[in-house]
Ligand binder design. Sequence first.
Ligand code: EPZ
Length: 424
Amino acid sequence: MKLVIAGSRPLSGVVKVAGAKNAALKIMAASLLAGGVCRLSNVPRITDVDTMLGVLRGLGARVDVRPDGSTMSIDPSGVDRCEPPEELVKEMRASIQVMGPLLARLGYVRARQPGGCNIGPRPIDLHLKGFAALGAKITEERGYVSVRAEKLKGAEILLDIPSVGATENIMMAACLAEGTTVIRNAAREPEIVDQQNFLNRLGARIRGAGTDTIRIEGVKSLGATDYAVIPDRIEAGTFMVACAMTGGVARIENVIVEHVQALIAKLREAGAEVVEGDSYVVVRGPRRLRAVSIRTLPYPGFPTDMQPQFVAAMSVACGTSIVTETIFPNRFRYTEELRRMGANVRVEGRVAIVQGVMALSGAHVEAPDLRGGAALILGALVSEGTTEIAGVHHVDRGYEDLPGKLVKLGAAIERVTASERQVG
Ligand code: EPZ
């Protein structure tokens, strides 16, 4: 599957943002803790959600997805296996987010160590340290990790780094522990607040998500609930950048404006106009953006998941931008492909130096990962000529039809299978 994109058209119109991938995947995992059937809505229709459905079913949960694809009911009562399907853990790192719930529910979980991925090694040492602090026994052998605990006991845990996944996995395990758990230096992402809200609706007693200290008072058991996932701030940010860099004007709806403040500040600094509504933003791009520099940081700093898209915008801005990636050691792979499109970007370790050019030019490129793929699509929008992008499956993991939504904003994008291309 490829995308064929004819460039240099300003975007305009209205686009609705879907539910947050990085909230939905964890809330689906957290539903394993429930004492009954949970109905989730506003779940994004993306392939990572399909993978997580496979994980839950593989563990013995019953999952029914409504025809609209974004409402589902999850019944964990039949969960009797304590090992997420290995091939799915390999495919999607977020599968390890079922470890906390399985440890709490069954007292044992075994999983394949998730491999690194295209943005760098993705260890889970902080997750395991948290489980051990709660009294679990960890054994690691031949690439697998087993975690066992007769009874989890509340503990004080300080995370070496504010890891999103570790914060969430520990929070889930601690819900049914005996006594109180305190997580210090916790990640503060909005998706963690969403998970706290879901768990509290099940009857958990958690306070402090969104700050760097989260307190969980263990309870004996949890109930069930219906729950709507928050909107995806990274999808929203992707459309905001797309509009700003193509000199267009668009209204992006279903946005929690509070969640995209770091991006709004940077887009304004770069010369875009951003109007903040109560649940939408309107972005108007200038004729040409000014180069601004960014440094990715844990929330509420500039999100690493917006770094590639922002570099694509800076590649046609006026001036030089310095982009520092402090979260992942290897999140610039997509810049090789941007260079093939004429971008002048040089990477030195964790820093990319981007010298803006007037326009990129169409090329045949390949998406290396999810957000890198989004960056190449945005680059193609401001290219002269036609760009072909392979590896679209990466983009479909985390965006609900990004190409289709961009077409609705006026972009010229065709999704073609490799065979069609040969004919064409
Ligand atoms: C979540 O990944 C997101 N994924 C990522 O989004 C996001 O980039 C990341 O948080 C940071 O915001 C999901 O929520 C499914 P971390 P996660 O644990 O939890 C190191 C996207 O594009 N680390 O906060 O895996 C780790 O290697 C994806 O939607 C350890 O060293 O991120 C990384 O360098 C990409 N040991 C840093 O911490 C650990 O035990 C941050 O990782 C855990 C993490």
